[in-house]
Design a protein around this ligand. Structure first.
Ligand code: GDP
Ligand code: ZN
Length: 349
């Protein structure tokens, strides 16, 4: 009889998946280097870190096996690609770099877009006087986020953060680079280096090779993933999606509605939010960016609709007599419009 085992993919590299089995094998082996059965590939099923899988063809002495089945996912994060995530932890420093509420909001909006619960970690707490730190914590709590202020230098807040993260499920850390995410991972997983050293040669993970996501165990059921730092996340395309990504707005709108259904919540008459909320102006900045981008795309679309395809080129639909002289000019105008419209100057820059 074929021996099958259930486990979770914790790292991917080239054609291999590193799977941690739910139960160890005969000699305690729990981490197997696995290939994918070709029929998985044929059905178009991509395997992601975080996926629950079934393996067979197990060769215990060499700790090798093949993934034969993929369990349905409860969620899929796109960037980084992690399946079955249950929490997103936004990590920002209170100083070095200075905490910028707009950048923090962009990260929070991106985290909210996953539909999972979002929490916040403020790092480098040792660099700010206690009263200022407390003010930040109160401020983001008011936005609707559970927060932990920590320092990997002094150890402040690490115990409480760890306790909140060992709840079962997969948590993903995200935030700009330089805020201390690597330091935090090392503080939470003191034997990280040791364990990494034990991974098979094909899956070596150096400190500077975090291109691939990897899941680390905080407890038998709690896993933590780092995400490759990206510094300025995009906002959603749709203002409706943006408003849902601000918990203070989302909660108010769930209770009561504004007078106009297309309310911008920026001092509009009959707005249920009013103007007396902390992120009113930050929301306004994000909203302007979303609206400008939508407008630029719509304009570019209209222009394109007035054109016709000729070979590999776009040409205006014109009276043939007018065509020759205006062709050059129209094309130049269009190029100008497109380049101006599609790469709008960013209000935050
Ligand atoms: P990452 O890019 O987010 O992974 O950040 P790193 O963990 O590489 O840390 C960036 C810099 O911040 C390093 O110089 C760390 O020594 C420093 N750092 C990290 N955590 C703390 C902290 O809690 N307090 C202070 N003062 N510095 C820290
Ligand atoms: Zn409103």
């Amino acid at each position: 009889m074929v021996e099958r085992r259930a486990g979770r993919v914790v790292a991917l590299q080239a054609n291999y998946c590193l799977v941690v089995l739910d139960r160890p094998g005969p000699d305690g082996q729990q981490r197997l280097l696995c290939t994918r059965r070709t029929r998985l590939g044929k059905s178009g099923q991509r395997i992601c870190v975080g996926d629950r899988v079934e393996v067979d063809g197990i060769d215990w002495p060499s700790a090798r096996a093949a993934i034969s089945a993929l369990e349905p996912r409860s969620s899929l994060l796109e960037r980084p690609a992690v399946a079955n995530v249950s929490r997103v932890v936004v990590v920002v420093a209170v100083r070095e770099p200075t905490l910028d509420p707009l950048l923090l909001t962009r990260f929070l909006v991106t985290a909210e877009a996953t539909g999972q619960s979002v929490q916040l970690v403020l790092t480098k707490a040792d660099l700010l006087p206690a009263s200022e730190l407390e003010a930040w914590c109160e401020r983001v709590t008011g936005w609707g986020y559970p927060v932990h202020a920590i320092s990997t230098l002094t150890g402040q807040g690490l115990g409480a953060l760890r306790a909140s993260l060992v709840e079962s499920g997969i948590a993903v850390l995200c935030g700009p680079s330089g805020v201390g995410k690597s330091s935090l991972l090392n503080a939470l997983l003191p034997n990280l280096e040791l364990r990494v050293g034990n991974v098979s040669g094909r899956l070596q993970r150096g400190r500077h090779t975090t291109r691939h996501v990897e899941l680390f165990s905080l407890s038998p059921t709690a896993l933590l993933a780092d995400s490759p730092g990206f510094n300025r996340p995009d906002l959603p395309d749709d203002p409706g999606v943006l408003s849902q990504a601000f918990p203070e707005l989302r909660h108010r709108l769930a209770e009561t509605s504004c007078r106009f259904s297309n309310c911008r919540h920026q001092g509009d008459p009959g707005c249920a939010m009013g103007s007396d909320w902390d992120r009113h102006a930050l929301y306004g900045q994000c909203l302007c960016e979303v609206e400008q981008r939508a407008e630029a795309l719509a304009m570019a679309g209209q222009r394109l609709a007035g054109l016709r395809q000729r070979g590999s080129r776009l040409e205006p639909r014109l009276d043939p007599q007018l065509r020759r002289e205006s062709r050059r000019r129209r094309r130049q105008e269009l190029e100008n419009d497109l380049s101006a419209g599609l790469s709008l100057p960013d209000p935050a820059d």
